[in-house]
Ligand binder design. Structure first.
Ligand SMILES: [Zn+2]
Length: 243
């Protein structure tokens, strides 16, 4: 499976970029993970709207759903132009405006929950509640014995350590620098992301959901103090292949 970063910012995108979002592709199936500000424009650098097969949302904060309305307009227009036929499934939990995910015949909400594994395209997908002011689900994509975990937004969570066990790749939020530990509820520091990766025994760590201050490379240094595997910053349009 191939993972591509579309954006890495928390809260809002800086000029010409997008909030944290990833595209996951395998066996001809294309899944968008979160749809915040700037994501729709970034996505079209990789895949046209008519070829998107599904969207999954971790939670309903603006930096994860801001482009949803424009995505639905794009689905409508691409359908009217004869480029799209199928309604886009939008997978999300119900702790938010779930009903708005269904837009005429162009998109429809599909409920996800922490206690149920589902199949999306070629992946078995499972979910884990995170520690965040809004109800939020981390997600694990598994196929052919390989797995990728996306932490979404979260503070430190022992549950998440169990959930991430043995993943080949962990995309972890690192909204904070270590000196800010416990100052902002519902988010993690670079060091905590490293600790999560180490305790879960993942193969590699990608940091995302960055703050709008400081040197992001310091997040990597802080993660590396606790995690012995490879650590990288998410960067726009960079891809990772897990096989
Ligand atoms: Zn959030």
């Amino acid at each position: 499976m191939k993972l591509t970063c579309l954006g890495f910012w928390g809260a809002y995108p800086e000029a010409g970029s997008a909030t944290t979002s990833f595209l996951l592709e395998d066996e001809g199936f294309t899944l968008l993970i979160d749809c915040g500000s700037g994501v729709l424009a970034q996505m079209q650098k990789i895949v046209p709207v008519e070829q998107l097969d599904a969207l999954v949302l971790s939670h309903y904060h603006h930096d994860h759903i801001a482009d949803l309305g424009c995505m639905q307009y794009a689905l409508l227009i691409n359908t009217l132009l004869g480029k799209r036929k199928d309604s886009l499934p939008i997978y999300a939990h119900r702790e938010g405006p779930f009903d708005s995910l269904t837009y005429q015949t162009y998109s429809h909400g599909v409920e996800i929950s922490a206690d149920r594994k589902i199949t999306i395209g070629p992946w078995e997908v499972s979910f884990c509640p995170t520690v965040h002011p809004a109800y939020c689900l981390a997600m694990k994509f598994s196929s052919a014995g390989r797995s990728i975990v996306y932490s979404a937004d979260t503070g430190w969570s022992d549950e998440l350590v169990k959930f991430c066990k043995g993943a080949n790749l962990l995309i972890c939020e690192s909204s904070l620098y270590d000196e800010q530990k416990d100052q902002v509820p519902g988010h993690m520091t670079g060091g905590e992301a490293g600790q999560l990766a180490q305790l879960a025994g993942v193969e590699a760590l990608i940091l995302a959901h960055f703050p709008h201050y400081g040197e992001h490379q310091r997040l990597v240094e802080q993660a590396k103090q606790r995690f012995t595997g490879p650590v990288q910053l998410a960067s726009e349009l960079k891809s990772w292949v897990v096989k």
